[in-house]
Design a protein around this ligand. Sequence first.
Ligand SMILES: [Ca+2]
Length: 385
Amino acid sequence: MTTAEIIAQKSLPVNTWLDCDPGHDDAVALLLALYMKESINLIGISTVNGNAPLLKTHNNASQLLTLYRASTSIPLHRGFAHPLEKADLPPPVSIHGDSGLDGVKNLPPINHPIVRKWHDQHGAEGPSVVEAFKNMVESRLNEDGSVRETVSMVITGPCTNVAAFKRKYPELYESGVIDRAMVMGGAFDVPQWTPYAEFNVATDPDALAELLTSCNVPVVLAPLNLTHQAIFDEGTHAQLLAPGCSWQEGQPMPAPKSEFRESLSTMLTFFRQAYIDQFGFTQGPPLHDPLCVLYLARPELLPGRWAHLSVDTSNTKRNGETTARFFTPEGMFNRWEERERFLSSDDQGAFPNCFVMETLDREEFMRVLLECVDRAEEVVAHTPL
Ligand SMILES: [Ca+2]
C-alpha cells in the first residue's frame, strides 16, 4: 500500500467542505466536488479574498453554483475579506481577470433570482464563517466528545477562513472531526508568483503557518510542482467541446455540443490565454485547484511523501516561501497514526505536519473531469433556470 492510500483510506463518499476563491480553476474544483457524487459528499462551501476581492469571489461562487445547478441545500458562506494578520499585502493578480472569473459565456447574471439566493444565503462577511465551521464540527461530535463522522476541508484559496476558525476554536479544530486540510498552495524550486512564493500562500502566509501547527489535522499539499502536471491540453479541450470527436492536432476546434460545454470551454480558454500571456505555458493551463478534490476520491492518482513544511511569515521579500524537509527514504515516516513518536521529540521542527502530493496520473484526471462534465450537462439540460 502506498503512503497516499494510508492517509486517505476512508470510506466513500468523503464529507467535504470547499473553501475557495473562484477563480477559473476553483470553478473546475467545484464541478468535481458536485459531480463526483459517489466519492464526494459536498456539505458546505465558503468564499475568501484571493483571486479577486471577496465581493467578487462570492459573486463568482454564487454564479457557478447556479450554472452547475447545485442543490440549494448546500450552504454557501461568505468568509474573510482580508488576510489573517497582514492587512497591507499586495492586491490580487489579474490572471483571472478583473471579476476573478472573466471570459465565461452564458454565466447566469448576478441579478438572477437563483444567483441572488445563493449570494444572500449567508452573505454576512467575515466572522460568521467561523461560526459556520463551529456548527459543522459540533454537529458531528457525540456528547462524550467522540467523533460521529469526519469532514475533509478543501482549501483552494488563501487559508484565512480555516485558520481563523482554528485560532478561535482550537479544541474544535483538533477534535478529530476535521481529518485533513487539503491545501492548494506552495512551491519548491519552480517559478512562482513572487520570486519566492506561490500566490495562495503569499496572499496569507500566516494562515497556512497556523494550520501547520496542528498535531491532529495534517495538511495535504498540492504545490505548483504537482499542479503544473495537470495541463488541460487541446486534445482534452476538443473532447470537452464534442465528446467522442476525432480531433487531431492542427485541426480547428469542434463546435460545442451544448451551451453548458461552451461555458466551460470559454472559461478554460480565458485561463489558457492568461497562462500563455503571463507565464508562457503553450500547451494549456494547469488546473491547480481540482487536484485537492481529486485526491479525496482517488488518492492513488496522486502519490507523495510526508514532510515537515514551514512557511516564511517574515514580511520580507521571502514572505510566503514554503520549505519542505521530506521524510526519506520511504519508511522513515509513512503513517499519520504513528506521529506520536515525533510529538515526544524535543525537536518540533522534525514533526511530520504535511503530506506533499508529488505526481499526477494526468490522463485519468482528465477522464474523471470529462465524466463530471457529462454528468453536469445532463443535469443542466433537465433543469432550466
Ligand atoms: Ca483558487
